[in-house]
Design a binder for this molecule. Structure first.
Ligand code: ADP
Ligand code: ADP
Length: 218
């Protein structure tokens, strides 16, 4: 379970996230929606231990990210800018992550096949298209077979096939009782995928609840 409580984040005098509270329940896909600059990535970065809050807390199963015993087995994440070294082969990138996190090596092949990169596993990441890079990011997030998936704009720039695949995969993931938090700046991108939505604007939560109720109110 993800619990964000009274979270604030300032960069100098600029308030990026302002007193944000919400929880994300298992067994559902929750969309985290808001225009560019609304505070989505900042919230997710704090949640994943990449930044510390100015106030409040962002907890996963009751702990801060850095306090998790098995971080990658608890939460898999796809964030902007956390990409692999371009010179590296995709399979080596994933093997390195697996080894540093005591994840069995066979899992690398499994996740590559799962995201449809089985045949491109030996290629250098710099030769990958945007869509392939996104699939590789998702493969990395899935390595630890986590209970929780956090994806920042996962379909941004993806080809239609890729988008269909991500949507179907996330539905299946949540249907198995796991937790999916999916950010997007476009309502249309999460419609049909998310069950619930949390809407943020200018650092503040402006709506939350079942997605159908939220779209009906617009
Ligand atoms: P979103 O992910 O919804 O597009 P962000 O969380 O990236 O929004 O940004 C929220 C606000 O915080 C924006 O005004 C952005 O310019 C600002 N911001 C984000 N990161 C930094 C940073 N490292 N330094 C200064 N301002 C930042
Ligand atoms: P650093 O990376 O600078 O060592 P820490 O992770 O130790 O930062 O966090 C710095 C401060 O922010 C600490 O007071 C810590 O309690 C708080 N903090 C960091 N992450 C979270 C979080 N997700 N929820 C609540 N407090 C947090």
């Amino acid at each position: 379970m993800i619990e964000i409580s009274r979270l604030s984040k300032r960069y100098g005098g600029k308030v990026a996230v302002d007193d944000v509270t919400f929880t994300v329940r298992p067994g559902r896909v929750t969309g985290f929606l808001g225009p560019n600059g609304a505070g989505k990535s900042t919230t997710l970065r704090v949640l994943l231990g990449l930044d510390h809050p100015s106030g409040g807390a962002a907890l996963i199963d009751g702990r801060r990210y850095r306090e998790l015993r098995h971080p990658l087995r608890t939460v898999g994440a796809l964030l902007d800018g956390a990409g692999p070294v371009p010179e590296r082969r995709a399979v080596d990138h994933l093997t390195w992550i697996a080894q540093s996190n005591r994840i069995p090596r066979r899992r690398v092949r499994e996740v590559l096949d799962l995201v449809g990169l089985g045949d491109a596993a030996g290629r250098r990441v710099k030769k990958y298209s945007l869509g392939m890079g996104r699939r590789l990011g998702i493969a990395a997030a899935l390595l630890g077979d986590p209970e929780i998936l956090v994806l920042d704009e996962p379909v941004n720039g993806l080809d239609p096939d890729g988008i269909r695949w991500v949507r179907a995969y996330l539905r299946e993931y949540a249907a198995s009782g796991r937790t999916v938090l999916l950010s997007s700046h476009l309502m249309a991108e999460v419609a049909g995928t998310a069950d619930d939505a949390v809407v943020i604007a200018r650092g503040r939560i402006v709506a939350r609840g079942p997605l159908d109720d939220i779209t009906a109110g617009h």
